[in-house]
Design a protein around this ligand. Structure first.
Ligand code: NAD
Length: 262
């Protein structure tokens, strides 16, 4: 019996096999959860559908998290299919490429709104609907990054969106706590994915993290999947409103320099 046996989980943000959401999906599958997955755009279907088939997942739905009608349609289908939901994973973020290069001070009004709506408000919108399907309590989790807290070159508006996301986690945890619904963020170290490729200098930043973090390595999608299993399981029943770092210890450092150079 797996750690998530008997639990129904909805996972948003699968784009391809490199997605963190896919790492979480594989870990949830290993631990016996019944799964539904969602992707954003029509053009992603040809990548996501074959992945779902690998794990015999038959609930695979497109949903733009910036569109309330699409969100409502997805949750209506989820209610028909699962009845109740125990776990929801939000692994969604977007900012225009030009806002992930250059200076934060140059962010446009439109770029700021889009990044905040897609990367932070979408958690609120999805949680509103998910909570209605969690009469027995549940676990909601999202993905954040250290750029929410400290300046990371080029992360720019996404850092501001992640700060809003982490604050949203705390407010959602407070509101949904009486319903025994926990809300947490996993703050992952840099992982090579489609989204990450949009951040200027990402490769150098990753190499730097690998060289200077206490564990001297990079985090993988599977590492994040294992943390998500724990957060979704009954072993984490008293954890809510938290941002949990899974970054090989990078956030604990005061001086981020490759130790061998000192
Ligand atoms: P990814 O590109 O595989 O996933 C991002 C997902 O967001 C994609 O599936 C994309 O389709 C989806 N998305 C974008 N706009 C959407 C919308 N309007 N509606 C629905 N879905 C939408 O990349 P990833 O790195 O796996 O990102 C997943 C999450 O992890 C993001 O929140 C990201 O910021 C976060 N994260 C990533 C890293 C990293 O280094 N890769 C580190 C920490 C946190």
């Amino acid at each position: 019996m797996g750690l998530l046996s008997g639990k129904n989980a909805l996972i948003f943000g699968v784009a391809n096999k490199d997605s963190i959401a896919w790492g979480i999906t594989k870990a949830f599958h290993r631990e016996g959860a019944t799964l539904g997955i969602s992707y954003a755009l029509e053009k992603l279907e040809r990548r996501v559908q074959p992945l779902a088939e690998e794990l015999d997942i038959d609930f695979v739905e497109r949903c733009n998290a910036n569109d309330d009608t699409e969100i409502d349609a997805l949750f209506a289908k989820a209610k028909d299919r699962f009845g109740t939901v125990d776990i929801m994973v939000h692994a969604i973020a977007y900012a225009e490429r030009e806002d992930l290069d250059g200076l934060f001070v140059d962010t446009s009004r439109k770029g700021f709104s889009l990044a905040l709506e897609t990367s932070a408000y979408s958690l609120v919108a999805l949680s509103q609907r998910a909570a209605k399907l969690m009469p027995n309590g549940g676990s909601i989790m999202t993905l954040s990054y250290y750029g929410a807290e400290k300046v990371m070159p080029h992360y720019n508006v996404m850092g501001v969106a992640k700060a809003a996301l982490e604050a949203s986690v705390r407010y959602l945890a407070f509101d949904l706590g009486p319903s025994q619904i926990r809300v947490n963020a996993i703050s992952a170290g840099p992982i090579k994915t489609l989204s990450a490729s949009g951040i200027a200098g990402f490769r150098r930043m990753s190499a730097y993290a690998a060289d200077s973090s206490p564990l001297r390595t990079l985090v993988t999608q599977d590492d994040v999947g294992n943390m998500a299993v724990w957060l979704g399981s009954d072993w984490a029943t008293m954890v809510t409103g938290e941002t949990i770092y899974i970054d090989a210890g990078y956030h604990a450092l005061g001086l981020h320099a490759p130790v061998d150079e000192l």
